[in-house]
Design a protein around this ligand. Structure first.
Ligand code: SAH
Ligand code: SF4
Length: 346
């Protein structure tokens, strides 16, 4: 199995080209900007590189590690989901959302997920494996190439596809760094949002690294027994510990945190719950993203209705906590939050 080109850092490519392949230094930039600026992925596109070197590169490295096997478009044409096959036959999904001028990609960091949240289709399929940095990067490059044909660009990236990004911390951060390289796509840290189930040590590490990436925490409940019944990870990292890590993060970075709240009818959508949530978040630089639960095949839960959703929002706002109701998008193609899952052999 070949190494994926996008697993290489600039320095690693430099070492290979200069030390091993005895190439002049300018080739490093040529190849790097060919890949990350011009979005080339086929040998003949690299016409500025001598044929011999091109052959060596393509013999040694995989430039198309994700094979698209199914593309679905929502009825409103604003959401597109691609199912990709990985080299070991495992599969992941990536979603493009078009909204006004924004082109937001929702990318995966793992095939499956080990966290087992009961309302999430990915959680129900279990953990298959971590993605490498290159597999994370290629999801973005793939769509960037596709958008380029319409003169468009990826503008924002949410790490909210399959998997728990903080469970695959190193590869995720390496991918963000590669995509942010000003000599390449130049997607700066602020264009990314990482969503985590609440892995406390990693929230602290992330805070210490003072990255400018936006942070979202999936909370969904204010009470430990309730949260544990929805999200098994809460047994290990209960609400108080998560909140403490959030305070630490804000102290270190002075950045606002988003709390995600999937509204589940009769479970976490009452006005009393909203009141308790407002208390829990009091004094934190934050806002709440509430989204009526998306349907998944194995979940017994239902989404809150519009009326209840608005009541919930009003209580938070009356208590000084900004709350946005997220639109449910791409539901007709199972591309909404928590709906990504691979149903076939993988
Ligand atoms: N593993 C990370 C990121 C991927 S999930 C996390 O859990 O945060 C992205 C978001 O979708 C999370 O906030 C998650 O709680 C939410 N989610 C999962 N299943 C959902 C569903 N059925 N309806 C609405 N949101 C859901
Ligand atoms: Fe994993 Fe996030 Fe789904 Fe929970 S909600 S199972 S952490 S992907």
């Amino acid at each position: 199995m070949k190494t994926i080109f996008y697993d290489l850092s600039y320095e690693q490519l430099q070492d290979v080209l200069i030390k091993e392949l005895k190439q002049p230094a300018f080739r490093v930039n040529q190849i790097w900007s060919g890949v990350y600026k011009n979005l080339w992925s086929q040998p003949d596109e690299f016409s500025n590189i001598p044929k011999g070197l091109r052959e060596k590169l393509f013999d040694r490295y995989e430039f198309q590690p994700l094979v698209p096997i199914q593309t679905l478009k929502s009825n409103d044409n604003e959401t597109e989901k691609i199912l990709f096959q990985l080299h070991d036959q495992k599969a992941i999904e990536t979603v493009l959302m078009k909204y006004d001028q924004r082109r937001t990609l929702c990318i995966s960091t793992q095939a499956g997920c080990a966290m087992g949240c009961v309302f999430c289709a990915t959680g129900q399929m279990g953990f298959k494996r971590h993605l490498t940095a290159g597999e994370i990067v290629e999801q973005v490059l793939f769509f960037a190439r596709q958008l380029k044909t319409d003169d468009e660009k990826v503008t924002n990236i949410v790490l909210m596809g399959m998997g728990e990004p903080f469970h695959n911390y190193e590869a995720t951060m390496k991918a963000i760094d590669l995509l942010g390289d000003p000599n390449g796509l130049g997607l700066g840290a602020r264009r990314f949002t990482i969503s985590t189930v609440g892995l406390v040590p990693m929230i602290k590490r992330f805070a210490d690294e003072k990255r400018q990436v936006n942070l979202a925490i999936s909370l969904h409940a204010v009470d430990d027994s309730e949260r544990s019944s929805l999200m098994p990870v809460n047994h290990k990292y209960p609400i108080q510990d998560v909140m403490e890590a959030c305070h630490y993060y804000i102290e270190k970075t002075n950045r606002r945190i988003t709390f995600e709240w999937a509204l589940i009818a009769g479970k976490n959508d009452s006005e009393q719950t909203a009141q308790k949530l407002a208390q829990l978040l009091e004094g934190l630089l934050c806002h709440v993203n509430a989204i009526p639960l998306n349907p998944t095949s194995q979940s017994i839960y239902q989404a809150s209705d519009k009326n209840q959703t608005i009541k919930f929002q009003k209580v938070l706002e009356r208590n000084g906590i900004p709350c946005t109701i997220r639109l449910r998008r791409g539901i007709d193609i199972q591309a909404g939050c928590g709906q990504l899952a691979i149903h076939h052999s993988s």
